[in-house]
Design a protein around this ligand. Sequence first.
Ligand SMILES: [Ca+2]
Ligand SMILES: [Ca+2]
Ligand SMILES: [Ca+2]
Ligand SMILES: [Ca+2]
Length: 446
Amino acid sequence: MKHKISVFALLCCVLFSFSSCSLRLASVDSLIRAPKLTGVNQQVQHSLDQSVGEPIILKTPLTGEYSSAFVYRDLDNDRVNECVAFYALSSSDSVHMSILDTDSQGAWFSAGDTVGSGSDVASLSFADVDGNGREEILVTWQIPESKNNQYLSVYGQYSPENGVVSMIDELYTAFHILDADADGSAELFLAVIEPAGDSYTATGKLFDYHASHRQIEPISEIALDPTVTSYANICHDYEGSVCRLYLDGVVSETHRITELLQISSSDLRLQIPENQGEEIGAFSLRPGTDNCCDINGDGYIEIPSYVPLDNSVVLDRENAVSETLYMTVWSRFSSGNMVPTYRYLSLPEWGYLFEFPEQWIGQVSAVKDIKLERLRFYLLNEDGETTHMLFCIDWIHSSAERETDALNSEDIVYSDDTQQYVALITDYGSDFGIEITDLISGFTKT
Ligand SMILES: [Ca+2]
Ligand SMILES: [Ca+2]
Ligand SMILES: [Ca+2]
Ligand SMILES: [Ca+2]
């Protein structure tokens, strides 16, 4: 089963809307600097020019793996590549996709031409969506009237006589290819955010290939969190026969949440997992740009969350408590529970993460001292009050303001050409069982 999934894993890079501004610029740029065509490309262009019969402007996918107006791929498994070509007419905004093939003499001819659903090609990819062993062409189209949404088209059933057939053409905000029922053929998951009066609605839709209609059709739909404005990432894993989808949604410029869906293999219905429902959204609300991933490599996806650490604070430059210190906790959803698998304090401005072991919970607190660029750890007593310092870690670098306060310690946690991280372990720390090797293994440079 794993090898089937890996086929789709390649294609599971979700394609999102990027800033329309940069896309427009890239598009203009590619028009200005039209590449000089040589060899096969020249023959293909000649054939394309002839079949269109008026001046054309070649179009290049704006993002993704294929950054050429001509992409060669064997669409019908005859071991000879066809060419997928994108172009616009100077007289109109719409983009066309042409498939070119070669005759028995090796001469290129146009085997079909389709008008795309947008003004630019956002991306191109290939996947076997109908399970016939041949790849279909997946094109996402940039649409000028929408900043967040694009169209996804899948073209398949290629023949030199009839070209390709459009199997789906759907508006989406983010999409993800997966094999939810592990039968070897892909399903498509689309999340779409659309205006509804003064607000927005967000919907998750699962599509599968319908053999007798020879189309990719919707089979299940579910309402998603309408406070999400775009999706940063979608990924999936499996627990037994249940496939779970993790949607990392952007809710503000600074915060993300994760929505969790599951798909049963028997009927491919999208569902919200029992026992959790909407609570995962609140649980996973977090600042920063962390997305769900398999953080510990055990094959299951973890969801990041942001949890206050007991009795732990941030001290500002005036040595005043400015805020609570949080840790990032990565948890796996299992049988209705969130099971933490990895916790750390994230200090991006100091360039590291420090793991917070499970057995320290309720026993150890921390203070992030911004002025000294020092992270201090303290022992908590039975009443949960901060007592003795166990250890601290200092960031020593050339731009540090304070030389005199720097730790005079031989214990180096990490060093490179420009900086050092040194630790001081107190007697209380040693009594608590902390050794420099623990600090080195808990430290991750970012
Ligand atoms: Ca072929
Ligand atoms: Ca196919
Ligand atoms: Ca499937
Ligand atoms: Ca994992």
